[in-house]
Design a protein around this ligand. Structure first.
Ligand code: NAD
Length: 343
């Protein structure tokens, strides 16, 4: 079928075209992001393919439905950018890629931890300048340190596996216990207990109403002085202004981010010739103990191949009227909301 692909970068095109070869879909690529002003581009298409920062609110969905769009194929796991209630009312089908490579994201989170701890980014810059002083580069052994994993689904479980190899003590907080994590020796505790005892806190739960700003001023107050905070999940889990205060007071000793609440105005674009208008983001960049990557944790050859193959298979299922295992159903929304309210 004809599919309008939004927020396209050259790498999206490469992987989607390769995956579509045997399926015969006609993919039309747009660099533009999907939002209420770009719905006109989808006119005449029954299916659109979107990514994390495309905004599918009620207004956008109504315009899309009016122009004949019936399928929204997310090429990502999270669906927090789609008004699912509106989509259901408009009779639109929403599919996603629930799993591609939890290793990609977990390995990136580990990269942030290692780099922040041993200050590898700063050491590299020094050595390039001929500065071989190690003053200020002091780290700590990960072995024996306590890591709190918030959300022990697919990515959190891989984090637990890797960190077990490092010899860390593992605590976890989740609304559901993962037996594979328990078998690794992960100890499930309440969120306040995890905040209190962890040297490193790493977030791997989805952004749902109950997790919005779960790391706020009150949560930061409960943390160990000098804690390392890692977020490769969704920016909205963190109240960035509270985190900046935590960094200024030295309560937070290290911050590693791959996601940012206002990232849709920044990430995935080359803005190196422009003046960044987001002062909160600008402040984050001034700290020597903050490391930010632009939502690239998923970005491996393995993950991109799987994302493209699953997206194309989802579209084929829809075209052929088959039930799709990756459809986001009303049931799934209800369970996300009820797990949120059970906190
Ligand atoms: P998953 O669904 O396998 O696991 C999520 C876990 O969070 C589950 O165990 C669930 O029970 C738990 N959870 C749900 N509500 C919770 C709550 N209120 N409090 C605590 N825990 C809660 O998801 P996953 O594949 O492990 O992905 C985790 C998140 O990582 C995704 O939601 C997505 O936002 C993010 N992600 C980021 C990237 C990236 O490139 N940075 C890529 C993929 C996924």
């Amino acid at each position: 079928m004809q599919v309008a692909v939004f927020s396209t970068k050259p790498y999206d095109r490469r992987f989607l075209e390769a995956a579509s070869l045997s399926q015969g879909h006609e993919l039309v690529f747009f660099e533009a992001r999907m939002g209420s002003e770009t719905t006109v581009l989808a006119s005449g298409f029954a299916a659109i393919c979107v990514f994390v920062n495309d905004n599918l609110n009620e207004t956008t969905l109504k315009k899309l439905a009016d122009s004949g769009v019936r399928l929204i194929a997310l090429r990502c796991a999270g669906f927090n950018n789609v008004d699912m209630k509106a989509a259901a009312e408009l009779g639109m089908t929403v599919v996603r890629v629930p799993a591609y490579s939890p290793y990609a994201v977990a390995e990136h989170a580990i990269g942030l931890i290692m780099t922040l701890n041993r200050k590898i980014h700063r050491a590299h810059a020094r050595v390039r300048e001929g500065n071989f002083s190690i003053n200020g580069l002091l780290g700590f052994d990960l072995h024996g340190s306590t890591v709190g994993i918030v959300g022990t689904g697919k990515i959190g479980e891989v984090m637990a596996q890797i960190l077990t190899g490092f010899g860390c003590q593992l605590l976890a907080y989740d609304v559901a216990h993962n037996p594979n994590c328990e078998a690794l020796g992960v100890k499930y505790v309440s969120l306040p207990s995890l905040l209190l005892a962890s040297d490193i806190i790493t977030l791997h739960c989805p952004l749902v109403p109950a997790t919005y700003h779960m790391i706020d001023k009150s949560a930061i107050t409960q943390m160990k002085p000098g804690v390392m905070l890692i977020n490769t999940s969704r920016g909205g889990l963190i109240d960035t202004e509270a985190v900046i205060e935590g960094l200024k007071s030295r309560k937070i000793g290290y911050l590693g981010l791959d996601v940012y609440e206002q990232e849709e105005d920044l990430f995935f674009e080359d803005l190196s010739d422009t003046v960044i208008q987001d002062d909160i983001f600008g402040r984050l960049l001034t700290f020597p103990n903050v490391l930010i990557t632009g939502h690239q944790a998923f970005f491996t050859e393995t993950a991109m191949t799987k994302i493209a193959e699953t997206t194309i298979a989802n579209i084929t299922d829809f075209e052929q009227g088959r039930s799709c295992p990756n459809q986001v159903t009303a049931q799934r929304i209800v369970s996300a909301k009820s797990s949120s309210s059970s906190q």
